[in-house]
Design a protein around this ligand. Structure first.
Ligand code: SF4
Length: 283
């Protein structure tokens, strides 16, 4: 366990943010605010001057070595980011940079620790930025490498092939349907997934609830005349349930959701080959 001692009593969600970043470098880390503890000490701050310039600083001290990082940018005023989000991003920026200097490890995804980097890419594109500007924003504001920034651009081109009006879709929704069961739970998995022991009727009661939710969402969308762009069955491993159970879900989906003929794509994640049967592949 690598202890990282920060110089302020940050709130819990900030500590979580720092811990996620620290975990990019260490197998397990704990971020605390106790100067008496032994570990890696990081002094970190963001100051604002009278012109609204935000300056982030981080200094890491360990034995006789010292590493420091600075990042400066203007306070956001175009509403694209809340003040809290911008501060978190600047803190993350300098926190990551001193750890990169200290460990010698470069994080190619920069300060991103979530699972949907394309969301960020699309946000910048929907704000009207061209691809070159988005690439620069990803590299400068989020410390994403040039290679990964270009990968996101490639993915966007592929996505636009399937949905050419992706950035203009404002009044539509996409639907994610989660089925949190897998044949077994993989040791490394952080998704909400449970081994599908068909005991006590818990799979059946989950599916009953899911049918109900699909009907309710369908009725909500129908009343408001909202179209669906894509539907994604994810998990877990949706194909862990029986073929008849999957068919029943598709039936409820077709009966409940509006404009099903106009949905561009329906995807069913089938990440575990041991769950696929001929019947399920024809469902
Ligand atoms: S198959 Fe995927 S979702 Fe299921 S336990 Fe393994 S990693 Fe998690």
């Amino acid at each position: 366990m690598q202890k990282i001692i920060v110089d302020k009593p940050f709130e819990q969600d900030w500590i979580r943010m720092f811990t996620h970043l620290a975990n990019l470098f260490f197998e397990q880390s704990k971020v605390i605010n106790d100067p008496a503890e032994e570990g890696i000490h990081i002094d970190i701050s963001v100051d604002k001057d009278e012109d609204g310039l935000l300056r982030g600083n981080a200094t890491l001290k360990q034995d006789d070595n010292e590493y420091s990082a600075t990042f400066t940018e203007q306070e956001t005023s175009d509403g694209s980011e809340t003040e809290n989000r911008q501060l978190k991003r600047i803190y993350s920026h300098v926190f990551l940079e001193v750890l990169e200097q200290f460990t010698g490890m470069k994080q190619s995804w920069g300060i991103l620790t979530g699972i949907r980097p394309m969301k960020l890419y699309h946000k910048y594109r929907q704000m009207g930025n061209d691809r070159e500007t988005v690439k620069q924003l990803l590299m400068d504001k989020h410390r994403i490498s040039e290679e990964k920034s270009e990968l996101l651009e490639t993915i966007e081109r592929v996505q636009l092939g399937a949905i050419p009006d992706l950035h203009e879709l404002k009044d539509e929704v996409s639907i994610y349907i989660g089925i949190p069961f897998c044949p077994t739970k993989c040791a490394y998995c952080t998704f909400p997934a449970y081994a599908i022991h068909r005991k006590n009727g818990r799979v059946e009661s989950f599916l009953d609830g899911l049918h109900e939710e699909i009907r309710e969402i369908g009725s909500w969308l129908t009343k408001r005349d909202i179209k669906i762009t894509t539907i994604y069955f994810g998990g877990g491993t949706p194909t862990s349930i029986e073929a008849e159970e999957m068919d029943a879900l598709y039936q409820t989906m077709y009966d409940s959701f509006p404009y099903m003929k106009e949905v561009r794509e329906v995807t069913v994640e089938a990440g575990r080959p041991d769950t696929i049967t001929q019947l399920k592949s024809m469902s």
